[in-house]
Design a protein around this ligand. Structure first.
Ligand code: ADP
Length: 507
C-alpha cells in the first residue's frame, strides 16, 4: 500500500518538523513550495504515524492511497488500529486475532464483529438470513457482507487487512441450512409463522426422542443419496462432493480397505462404532511417495460417502500474516462443521507442520497449535474427518500424531505390477487403443512408476500416436470422422512415451 502525502514547505513549527521526519525517506521530493513523500505500508509506518500527529488539522495537506485521493481524517482514522498494533510491537496474530476471541472469531480482524458462535446467536454469521416456509434457513451473505463493511468502516484502509480472505470466508459459508437434514443444527422458534424462526447451532449432539439422531438420519440420507447430499458442487446447500470414486483409484486395494474402515464407516455407519463403544479416528495421515494417489484417495472416499470435501494445500495456508492464516484455518473448520459430514484434506502438511523444535517460536508453531485445538474442538468424531498427506512422515511434529489427532496412518506406496495394470486400465479407459496393446507387458516394464507417472505416460503415448498419424503441417481445418476413428494408441506409442516419461520417485 502506497500513501502519498503532500504539504507546504515551511521552516519551524509542525510543518517544519514534518519535513524533518520525511527528509530521509527514499520517496521524499520537493517541488516549488510543496514537499511530497511516498510511504510504503506497513514498512514505513513510523514516518506516517509521526506525520499523522504533526499534520493534524493542517487543511493544506493532501493525501492519496494507491493513487486515490482521500481526506486526512479518514485515512488516519482508518489507520488508528494498525498504528496502535505497530506501536505496541504486536504481531498480527496477537493483535488482529486475539486469544480472547480465538474460540469464535471468523474473520482475521478484531474490528469485525460477526462471529462463528455456537452458543449465542446474536452476532453469529447464521443470525443473518431468513427461514423459508419449507423450514430451510437461507443465509443472507449480502447482509453479512454489509455488516462486515460497516464494521470495518475506515479501517478498510488497514494495510494488513486481507480483504480477499474475508470475501473468501463469506463465500465459503453455506447458502442454506436445513436443520431437519443437517446434523448439528436446530430450530429456534420465535413464535408465529415459520418465517419468524431462526436456527441455532448445537455443538453437543442431539438425540431425537424416537431414538434416531439427526446424524443417523443424515447418514441414512447419505447412503440413499438423499436430498442435500447429492453429488456435485451445485446442490442447493452448495456442498462440494468430488466426482471420482474408488473405481478411479488403481492398485491401492489394501489402502482403500483401511480408508473405508477409518473414514467411510464412521460417516455412513456411526451406529457400528457406537455399539462397539469406540470412537472413530478424528485425523488420518496418508503417507507415501509423491504421485501415488493420496489426494485421489481422499477425494474418492469423500465421493463414496457423500461428504463435503475441502482441500487445503499446506503451502497455501502459510500466508503473509500469521494471524490471518489462523483465521483461515478456523473458517475452514467452521465450514466443515456447517456442511458435515465433511472431509478436510491438508495436502503436504509437512510444509507447515514439521517438527516444532526446528521452528522454535515461528508462525508455523502457532499454526500447528491452532490446528490441534481446532481438531480437539471438533465435537463428535466421525462427522468431520481430517486427512493429511505427507511424503515425509518422520519430519512431522510429533504432537500431530498423538491420540485424538492424526493417530491413524495409512501407507500409500508405489504400485506393484498388478496395481500398475489397474492404473493403466483406468487411464486408458477413454482412449482408443490398439487391440494388440498388451497392458500386462507395460505393467511389467514400468517398475518404479507411480500412479501419476503412469497417467503422464498414457497422456504422452496418446500424443505420440497423434504425432505419428497427424501431420501438423498439412492439418485440415476439420479432420474427417473416418480419420479420427482410425486413431489407435499402440504398444509402439507407449514405448516411445517411456523414453520421455521416467519414474519420478528416486530420480
Ligand atoms: P499424491 O497426492 O500421492 O501426490 P495424487 O493423488 O495427487 O498423488 O496423484 C496425481 C494424479 O495421478 C491423480 O489425479 C491421478 O490421475 C493419478 N494417480 C495417482 N495415483 C493413482 C492411482 N493409484 N490410481 C489411478 N490414478 C492415480
Amino acid at each position: 500500500m502506497e500513501i502519498l502525502v503532500r504539504f507546504p514547505l515551511q521552516e519551524g513549527g509542525p510543518l517544519g518538523r514534518a519535513r524533518e521526519v520525511v527528509a530521509g525517506c527514499p520517496g521524499y521530493r520537493v517541488e516549488g513550495e510543496t514537499a511530497s513523500v511516498k510511504l510504503n505500508l506497513p514498512s514505513e509506518w513510523r514516518a506516517l504515524y509521526e506525520l499523522s500527529v504533526l499534520l493534524r488539522g493542517e487543511g493544506r495537506a493532501e493525501y492519496a492511497v494507491d493513487g486515490r485521493a482521500v481526506r486526512g481524517e479518514e485515512l488516519f482514522a482508518g489507520l488508528r488500529c494498525f498504528f496502535r498494533k505497530e506501536r505496541a510491537g504486536s504481531l498480527a496474530r496477537e493483535w488482529c486475532t486475539p486469544r480472547s476471541l480465538s474460540e469464535r472469531q471468523l474473520f482475521p480482524c478484531r474490528q469485525i464483529h460477526v462471529y462463528d458462535n455456537p452458543r449465542r446467536t446474536p452476532n453469529s454469521w447464521y443470525s443473518f438470513g431468513r427461514m423459508g416456509e419449507d423450514g430451510v434457513f437461507r443465509v443472507d451473505k449480502e447482509a453479512i457482507t454489509s455488516r462486515v463493511v460497516s464494521d470495518l468502516g475506515a479501517y478498510a484502509h488497514c494495510p494488513i487487512l486481507d480483504l480477499d480472505g474475508i470475501a473468501e470466508t463469506i463465500a465459503r459459508l453455506p447458502d442454506d441450512i436445513d436443520p431437519s437434514r443437517d446434523a448439528g443444527w436446530s430450530y429456534r422458534q420465535e413464535g408465529g409463522p415459520v418465517s419468524n424462526w431462526g436456527v441455532t447451532r448445537d455443538d453437543a449432539r442431539e438425540e431425537t426422542p424416537e431414538g434416531e439422531s439427526l446424524f443417523e438420519r443424515l447418514a441414512r440420507n447419505v447412503r440413499s443419496g438423499g436430498a442435500g447430499v447429492a453429488a456435485g458442487g451445485n446442490s442447493p446447500s452448495n456442498r462440494n462432493v468430488p466426482a471420482a470414486g474408488y473405481g478411479d483409484v488403481g492398485g491401492l486395494g489394501e489402502a482403500v480397505e483401511r480408508v473405508r474402515e477409518a473414514v467411510e464407516l464412521p460417516i455412513t455407519h456411526p451406529e457400528i462404532f457406537r455399539r462397539l463403544g469406540i470412537k472413530p479416528h478424528r485425523g488420518v495421515l496418508f503417507h507415501g511417495p509423491p504421485g501415488t494417489g493420496k489426494t485421489l484417495l481422499a477425494r474418492a472416499v469423500a465421493h463414496e460417502c457423500g461428504a463435503h470435501f475441502i482441500a487445503v494445500s499446506g503451502p497455501e495456508i502459510l500466508s503473509r500474516f500469521w494471524g490471518q492464516s489462523e483465521a483461515k484455518l478456523r473458517a475452514i473448520f467452521a465450514e466443515a462443521r456447517a456442511k458435515a459430514p465433511s472431509i478436510i484434506l491438508f495436502d503436504e502438511i509437512d510444509s507447515f507442520a514439521s517438527a516444532r523444535e526446528a521452528m522454535s517460536e515461528s508462525f508455523e508453531a502457532t499454526l500447528v497449535s491452532q490446528l490441534l485445538s481446532l481438531m480437539d474442538g471438533l465435537g463428535e468424531p466421525g462427522r468431520v474427518c481430517v486427512i493429511a498427506t505427507t511424503n515425509r512422515p518422520d519430519a512431522l511434529d510429533p504432537a500431530l500424531r498423538r491420540p485424538g489427532r492424526f493417530d491413524h496412518e495409512i501407507e500409500v506406496g508405489l504400485p506393484d505390477e498388478a496395481g500398475r495394470r489397474q492404473i493403466f486400465e483406468i487411464h486408458t479407459r477413454r482412449m482408443p487403443t490398439d487391440p494388440a496393446l498388451d497392458l500386462d507387458e507395460l505393467s511389467r516394464l514400468t517398475r518404479g512408476y507411480s500412479g501419476a507417472d503412469i497417467e503422464a505416460l498414457c497422456r504422452e503415448a496418446a500424443l505420440a500416436c497423434m504425432r505419428r498419424t497427424v501431420d501438423l503441417r498439412s492439418l485440415e481445418r476439420r479432420i474427417p470422422p473416418h480419420r479420427l476413428d482410425s486413431l489407435r494408441v499402440t504398444t509402439y506409442d507407449f514405448r516411445t512415451a517411456m523414453k520421455r516419461v521416467r519414474p519420478s520417485v528416486g530420480r
